[in-house]
Design a protein around this ligand. Sequence first.
Ligand code: RP5
Length: 155
Amino acid sequence: MGSQSDWETMQNAAQMLADFGVPFECEVVSAHRTPDRLFDYAKTAKARGLFVIIAGAGGAAHLPGMCASQTDLPVLGVPVKSSILSGWDSLLSIVQMPKGVAVGTLAIGAAGAANAGLLAAQILAIGDSTLAQKISDFRAKQTQTILDNPTPGVI
Ligand code: RP5
C-alpha cells in the first residue's frame, strides 16, 4: 500500500487472505515518496516467490500501475477512498491503464480490498485444490446465510 493511512482499508485484503490461510506480506511502498523502493519491490517480487500483488493506494494512485510496469506478476489495484474526492481520483488513476500493461481494478474502499484478497486467492486456487475447496465452501456459506434469512430487518 502507498501509505500507513491505507491500512484501515487494506487490512480487509489481509484479513481475507488470512481467513483462507494464504501466506502474504504487507508493506508500505509509495510510488511517489519511495519510488526506488517501489521499483526494487516489484522487480524482485517474482524471484522472492510472490504470485500475485495487491496494490492499494489513494489520490493520485500510481502505485498499482507502476508496480505492474516492473513485474509480469498479476497486479490487483485497490482504490483507497480519498477524503477530498471520495476515491474517484483513486479509481480513475488506477483503472485507465494503457493497453499492454494490465492492472485488475477492484471497487473503491473496503469491499474492493476484501475482494482483492478473494480474487488473489481465486487466482492461487487454480493450482491448489485445497484452497479451491475453501473458496467454494466460503461461497456456499455466504449463499446459505442469505437463503436462511431473506427477510430484511430480522437478524
Ligand atoms: C497515496 O496518498 C497513499 O496511497 C494514500 O492513500 C494517499 C495519502 O497518503 P498520506 O498523506 O495519508 O500518507 O500515496
